[in-house]
Design a protein around this ligand. Sequence first.
Ligand SMILES: Nc1ncnc2c1ncn2[C@@H]1O[C@H](COP(=O)(O)OP(=O)(O)OP(=O)(O)O)[C@@H](O)[C@H]1O
Ligand SMILES: [Mg+2]
Length: 458
Amino acid sequence: MEKSKILVIEDDGGIRTQMKWALNNEYDVLLAENTEEAIKLLTRFSPPLVTLDLGLPPDPEGTDEGFRLLQEILKMSPFTKVIIVTGNPEKEAPLRAVSMGAHDFFEKPINLEELKAVVKRANYVQGLEKKNKELLVQLKTESNRDIIGSSREMHEIFTAIRKVSTTDVPVLVTGESGTGKELVARAIHLQSRLGNGPFIPINCGAIPEKLMESELFGHEKGAYTGAHVQRKGKLELADNGTVFLDEIGDLPLPLQVKLLRVLQDHKLERVGGREMIDLDVRFLAATNKDPEELVRNGMFREDLYYRLAVVTIKTPALRERGEDILVLAKYFLKKHGGANEKIRKLGEDAVQAMKKYSWPGNVRELENKIQRAIAFAEGRQISASDLGLPASTDEFSLNLKKAKERLEMEYIKMALVKCDGNISHASKEMGLTRPTLHGLMKKYDITTKEMQNVDTEA
Ligand SMILES: Nc1ncnc2c1ncn2[C@@H]1O[C@H](COP(=O)(O)OP(=O)(O)OP(=O)(O)O)[C@@H](O)[C@H]1O
Ligand SMILES: [Mg+2]
């Protein structure tokens, strides 16, 4: 394993050498005798570990220069573990350093064993933090990867997500039902500075108007009959995170007024409450209707619309996404196919049927149809009818041989289903020998097991 780098900042040449010898075996030791050298090495190597003597020139007897450098190091690389070395008998200095962000401290004269132990501990903690950070990044990118799509339209969406994630501005996501509006909202949240905080979706249409106010804002004990205990609302639960207002056009107008105030003031008041509560919340909203039409119809207050729609992202309908239909279909096939099941392929007729279909329920409908097809498909291939889609109308352009083959395959499947997968019975029924039926089943990739389980309605 590669040794961790440690930068020793120490103006006393003797102590410097002593420390180098103590640490040389286990660490890659860099030495600096003043601020200037230290900054150069920090910039060049970003060492994860630093020991810092607080008494540095031009103030070797005091601590001013040391504190200035400590601040600089923490600014340059906040994850570096800084161990303070102090010769100053004044007790406050090391404690002040730790409260500023130093990791640990110890006092001169240096005890080499103690030095090694302190550095080892710092290195251990640094390693854990680094690993933790890597895992978090990995988690985030994995949840982003869940948004599948390689069309130009989806690339524009990815770019938009990335751009708005670095800001706190409200975003309104519009698009037909099932196009991934909530997925986009979650991605923005995860990539934002509030990504480790809560993501609270609120379906504005699903809750009765009477309960909605308390649901959003919470209430104090005794605010109304039945309010036996104090309760936090969803907006408050989203503090230090993101609130996702789904179907914003369904929010009753009086609550839209109250919500607008929260957006403006970053404060809220519980129902029946007397104090304002500070909120640090990112607002995302969505609607599957045309927001401007909602405004025209008086369902969506114009002032709230302008507040929420600082940025608008429109998720494209699936039928407008070209090859994405197939990309997504394959993704769902893999996702729902299960590891121990045979991987099924999409038959040519299924591909054609999917391309022609209008997908009113968009990605959600595609995922459902693929799940259905996995349950219904008899062979390794998924057909248009497995998907519940009308088979392609170009059937007549097939040549006679293909048409005969298709008929043959359907006929064999029917016979097998009828005989509950029993090959002897089925071959008798069709007037074939067993080996002939076996041969045909192999040709069309039909297995008896699937015939037994098949739902004859399908
Ligand atoms: N690009 C995509 N990649 C993978 N899965 C997707 C994609 N878009 C949507 N989905 C999936 O489709 C389903 C519907 O997505 P989502 O709930 O985000 O849609 P919506 O636009 O919010 O729909 P609605 O308007 O009905 O609320 C979810 O299961 C989601 O994971
Ligand atoms: Mg939704």
